[in-house]
Design a protein around this ligand. Sequence first.
Ligand SMILES: C[S@@+](CC[C@H](N)C(=O)[O-])C[C@H]1O[C@@H](n2cnc3c(N)ncnc32)[C@H](O)[C@@H]1O
Length: 449
Amino acid sequence: MTDFNEAEAKLEALLDVINSSARQAIAEYKKTGHGVPSADATTFHPLDLTTDTLALKKSIRLLEGAYHQLSSILAPPQHTVMNYVFNYNWACTSVVLQARIADVLDRHPEGLSVDKLAEAVNLDKTKTARVLRALSIMGCFKEVERDVFANTRQSLVLKSSNNVGCFAKLHSRDVSKYAAVLYETMTDDEFSRSHETDKAPSLFTFKKEGMKGNYWDYINNDDDSRDEFHRAMLGLTEMNCASAVLHHYPWDDISSVVDIGSGIGAFSTPLAKMFPHLKITNQDIPEVMIQAQTAWEKNAPEALLDGRVDFVPINFLENVPVVGKDVYYLRHIIHNWRDTEATMILRNIRKAMGPNSRVLIHDPVIFHTLQQPDMGTDKLSVAPEPMLPNFGAGSHRTFQTDLTMWLLLNSKERTLDELKVIGAAAGLTLTQVYDFVETTVMEFRIAQD
Ligand SMILES: C[S@@+](CC[C@H](N)C(=O)[O-])C[C@H]1O[C@@H](n2cnc3c(N)ncnc32)[C@H](O)[C@@H]1O
């Protein structure tokens, strides 16, 4: 085959992946008995509200990876590169979230004139219309008639009551500021070579703004910021399919679970609801434990009444968690810390473990474009050729999360090998891996000498 034919065959193969993955996604919607969502939908599809979207997310990973690769081959490079920077969707989304535009439109399902909308949110009407038009071409809001806008299935996520909206607000309002100084931090004498938490791009911005403390201090500054952050964590779970762990880990064979760095219970509350036989211990810093109890009283009072749930404050960098439990679960914890602190956390857990205990690290994992999943990873998927083995742009969000960790905390997402090294330093060995598309669950047990 000539090079020319080979190139064309690759395009055809990508078209096949697009076709088959889109069909898999359609089948997932149809399985619910509610058909596929329509482009004009103004309500959520039942599948949007479920906690197990793993099969759908797997098909979307293929679809997004293949169509980005196809488009980047077929479009002129000048076009593709400018798409990276010609993108103010985050700024428009931030306006919508801060002005609560979706909340106002929610009271007018038939649509509201931009005059009335702008008046209700106290913004200029022509500027508001430009923001909404930029988002409408992506399917977020709809111009139902000239200068009259309505919500869509997408823009409902931007209502102030939506936890994913809360997570989007944190990103578009705060993290974007830290991203704007990335190069400055990479060339600054004090920040450039440091991997300390206190030299994160967020701190560079705080210093400029005359603020003291690091990102954790910022979150815990007052009840409102802490509240917003923990609501955002509920949103993160909803968005990244992390709840798949509730459906695909053998919880029936487990009796007790410790949620280390539990927050207000984004993982442990649905776990308690789905598996009433489990004894659950939440562990986080004291302020968060108080907030967590209030959230549990509201969301799962039955578990509290049954005495199935405990709240035990901890500083996991210094203290050993409650001892002898079956599972020590850490979601979105290890990726917040440098290797030294991450190892410290795991060593403290190792001291609490019994012979049959296991540690579940649940984080996004980086798979390089040149890297085939290695031993112990047989449950991990590899993309079909000619896609990059790590699904290319289908894994976009994992690489963005890695950058978010850098911007906020000077930390990072790790490869499986890096996580194995940290586990080994704490006397743990990797025994199982579960691919949940945007996140991976890695089960570790006590290493046998
Ligand atoms: C990114 S959040 C993850 C929350 C939760 N695991 C989830 O998946 O939604 C990190 C959590 O670690 C907690 N944390 C930070 N430093 C801590 C420490 N030294 N000891 C205990 N918890 C800590 C924070 O309060 C926060 O709840």
